[in-house]
Design a protein around this ligand. Structure first.
Ligand code: ADP
Ligand code: MG
Length: 637
């Protein structure tokens, strides 16, 4: 109970020291001290009325002994409220006198003021003074007493403060201990949370696993049942298997006997194939004109630029073996009628302007088949420039217009595939060579122009003709061959830019070497299919041709007429056949000799102004047609 006011007092002190009043307080004190006028002894009430007592009222109880107005001093510390009002009012003005006076000073000063002594009444004045002094002494005593009280109170308070500070320190340390403990506990709590969530997930896992376990158990049960069923089935199948093995043994025996039958039938088939070849050859020999030779001649007349034919050419509708060249000669005298001269020619076949590439090829497909059967086959196109030789041999790229070479290649690859089923294996080698001015040129050459090798014809001991340094390309399908034909055409046209329209003044020779073997039967065959687009057969008057052109013409005429001579010599069975007189016949001797089948196309241009060339072509062709070269035999071992 007694402590509380002290604390409150302290708090009031603290607030006042930091308040405005507090701030006023220090300078006020200084002012009072510096006051130049010393305290005037005239009135105690005035002294009490100055600011000092107010300051003293607030400060005195703690540090300073108070000497002024005891009543004020005594009143001040005892009541907080009063002190405040004193503190607030005291500094403000002189009317403090009025407020302070009634509280206690009035009695002290009242006598002196009220009863003024006469100047002579010194004794009275001394008495007054003595009583005043006594008053003061009493007051000083009481103030001192009070001061002592306050001091002891302060000591007590200080002890109390120290105690409290100690207890605060103790409590603080306790608080920090608690805080630490709390922190530790919060860590524990987190851990607890974690553990509990882990526990939940583990529980979930456990229940999952339990479920799975149950499923597995069911599965195991069902599989056990299945296993039992399978065991039963297995035993059933084992018995079936042993039964089937018996059946298999029977079947194997049957297969063996069937295999024997197959072998027997293959033998029969092979014999049949050989018989087919013999008959095939016999048919061709019968087909050859007059049944006397192996050179066959086909005549082909190309259409006029606008279609159809001109009148000087007649192809009888009933007969596809005859062609008539008609010439009307005017009477020299004018007295007789104009005479018409007809030249009739017979060939193995005459094709008119309407006959398609396909129809033409059908007629020679038997010959191409012979090449696979082991016969050398040679096919020429003869005629003046522009008569359709290249069209007949090569044709155009699109299907309908394809010529003899691509069609022959197609047929050969297809037939070879069929024969493959009977044990035949074939290899095909293609080459393409040009003969210009009696020089050979490799049309499949792909190297540098400057390094083009010189080609030479060589004859081996067994009379096989080969060309040194020539490109011999192994081919296995039609597309490859078509690619080679395109390459040859490119090679020809590059040469053509140097010497205008060279293709019509050179022979081009496509050769396909065919080697076949029936390994199981030890049968082999070897042959060459030779397809030749000859140089233009037109003859120029010697006066018209000069220089290079003259040289070309001589070479062409030489080789073509030598071709005629070779054929005639072969027909006449001459001992000497002039093969070596030209590169063309030397190269083709294997295909022209007795052991070959030869076909010549004579191509005719239908224009009237080609009459002369047409006549000479037809004459040359019929001379060839009359030749009998003997019967060809297949190259078999
Ligand atoms: P050559 O090779 O004898 O000089 P081409 O084969 O180049 O002659 O033929 C000359 C022209 O006549 C070419 O434009 C060709 O397409 C055309 N031609 C040749 N024969 C026939 C034919 N039977 N049907 C249609 N056009 C043809
Ligand atoms: Mg041509």
């Amino acid at each position: 109970m007694s402590r509380l006011p002290v604390i409150r007092n302290k708090r009031v002190l603290a607030t006042s020291s930091s308040s405005e009043n507090g701030q006023d307080f220090a300078p006020a004190q200084k002012k009072t001290r510096k006051d130049p006028e010393p305290v005037k002894p005239y009135a105690a009430s005035t002294i009490i009325g100055t600011r000092r007592p107010a300051v003293a009222a607030t400060k005195a109880p703690i540090s300073r002994p108070v000497r002024q107005g005891a009543a004020t001093v005594a009143a001040a510390p005892s009541r907080g409220l009063l002190k405040q009002s004193t503190a607030s009012t005291a500094p403000r003005g002189g009317n403090i006198k009025a407020t302070a006076a009634p509280t206690g000073t009035k009695a002290v000063t009242g006598g002196a003021v009220g009863t003024k002594r006469q100047a002579w009444d010194l004794k009275g004045k001394v008495t007054d003074m003595e009583s005043k002094l006594h008053n003061y002494q009493t007051k000083v005593k009481s103030v001192n007493q009070e001061n002592e009280d306050l001091k002891s109170t302060m000591v007590k308070s200080q002890t109390r403060v120290t105690d409290l500070e100690k207890s605060v320190a103790v409590q603080r340390s306790q608080i920090s201990e608690y805080e630490e403990e709390l922190q530790a506990l919060s860590g524990v709590r987190e851990e607890l949370d974690k553990v509990s969530s882990e526990k939940t997930s583990l529980e979930k896992q456990l229940s999952n696993l339990e479920g799975k376990y149950k499923v597995m158990e069911t599965l195991r049960d069902s599989q056990e049942t299945e296993l039992q069923t399978l065991k039963v089935m297995l035993s059933v199948q084992e018995s079936t298997l042993s039964h089937l093995q018996l059946t298999l043994r029977d079947a194997e025996e049957e297969v063996r006997s069937l295999g024997d039958t197959v072998v027997q039938q293959k033998d029969e088939l092979h014999a049949g194939e050989m018989e087919r070849r013999r008959l095939h050859n016999a048919i061709q020999e019968l087909k050859a004109s007059n049944n006397v030779g192996n050179i066959r001649v086909f005549c082909r007349v190309r259409p006029l630029a606008g279609g159809g034919l001109s009148q000087h050419l007649q192809l009888p509708a009933t007969d596809n073996k005859t062609i008539t060249l008609a010439k009307t000669e005017e009477s020299h005298t004018g007295k007789t009628a104009d005479t018409q001269k007809n030249y009739n020619f017979n060939f193995d076949r005459v094709f008119g302007p309407q006959d398609s590439q396909k129809e033409v090829f059908e007629e020679i497909s038997l010959l191409v088949q012979s090449a696979l059967d082991g016969y050398n086959v040679c096919c020429f196109a003869y005629g003046q420039t522009g008569s359709g030789k290249t069209f007949t041999m090569e044709g155009a790229e699109y299907d309908e217009a394809r010529g003899v070479i691509p069609r022959a290649v197609t047929q050969i690859f297809r037939a070879a595939e069929k024969l493959g089923a009977q044990g035949w294996e074939f290899t095909f080698t293609a080459s393409f060579v040009e003969i210009y001015n009696e020089t050979l040129r490799d049309l499949l050459y792909t190297g540098k122009a400057s390094k083009r090798p010189e080609l030479e014809i060589r004859k081996s001991i067994n009379n096989e003709v080969t060309i040194t340094s020539l490109t011999y390309e192994k081919v296995t399908n039609e597309d490859q061959v078509l690619g080679l034909i395109m390459l040859a055409n490119r090679n020809r046209s590059t040469a053509q830019t140097a010497q205008n329209d060279r293709s019509s003044r050179s022979h081009s020779v496509f050769q396909l070497d065919i080697e076949g073997a029936n390994v199981g039967r030890d049968v082999k065959c070897k042959s060459t299919l030779c397809l030749v687009d000859l140089a233009g057969s037109e003859r120029l008057l010697k006066s018209q041709s000069q220089g290079e052109r003259f040289k070309e013409m001589t070479a062409i005429n030489g080789s073509l007429s030598n071709l005629g001579l070779v054929i005639t010599a072969l027909a006449n069975k001459d001992i000497h056949v002039p093969y070596r007189n030209s590169k063309l016949t030397y190269l083709l001797q294997g295909c022209l000799g007795g052991n070959s089948k030869t076909l010549m196309f004579v191509n005719i241009a239908p224009e009237l102004d080609s009459f002369g060339e047409t006549l000479s072509s037809l004459r040359f062709a019929s001379k060839v047609n009359d030749c009998v070269i003997g019967t060809a035999s297949a190259n078999r071992k």
